[in-house]
Design a protein around this ligand. Sequence first.
Ligand code: SF4
Length: 273
Amino acid sequence: MTITTKEMSSPTSTKKRDTAVYGKIHSVESFGSVDGPGVRFIIFMQGCNMRCQFCHNPDTWKVNDPNAKVRSSEEMLKEALNYQTYWGKRGGITVSGGEPLLQMDFLIDLFKRAKAAGVNTTLDTCGQPFTFKEPFFSQFKELMHYTDLVLFDIKHIDVKGHQILTGHTNKNILEMADYLSEIGKPVWIRHVLVPHRNDTDEYLAALDKFIKSLHNVDKVEVLPYHTMGAYKWADLGMKYPLEGINPPTKERIENANQLLHTADYKGYLTRKF
Ligand code: SF4
């Protein structure tokens, strides 16, 4: 959801402010080093429709959370540019969440401004809002025009397993992956490895097969599930769904890396944006 100035009218608004697009922001990180190439300014958007059992940021779920900050795309870019000297040739801005695709107008405007300023733009998404229906699809196509790289989470390759793990189907998510391949948009695939949920050899082999069918994958990453966000579930009065499930062992992580052939994906080392 995006807030426009019509909803935020102020007697002091200038004409310039009237064209601003506002988003609901959970938080920012000035020096991110894992969510995209180089050093990055990361904007975590508020709101997510998935309910991943391992989510370590359930405080991002509610779009209308009173703790969210309402900021314009112009302000966010200005803040990010304060750190530009640290980005080098590969760094830039990553928008993560929550789920950024829920605030499409803000995203498009931010990335459009960022590209005009020569900044690398990376979208970190789980793909849940993706649909070929309008108006979403036209907006998504426009967004891709201003997006250099997509960090794409595939939580589970099996549709039933995905439903259990996240509360949603993966059908449209896999369709989004296919579409990004079709248009040749560079992606890094990320897979959170969760014991007793998605770490069987069968599931990993099926995920490997799917990833191999794509033509745009620069990197594949196995992210071991961890319990560091469990306290947030308690703070929000919710029962942690993976109580008693420990993070994967080194052996299982290595097994996943082998079955997904992560070492074979090296495009990220040479990609020029
Ligand atoms: S998609 Fe991300 S933010 Fe949303 S529930 Fe899953 S882990 Fe949490």
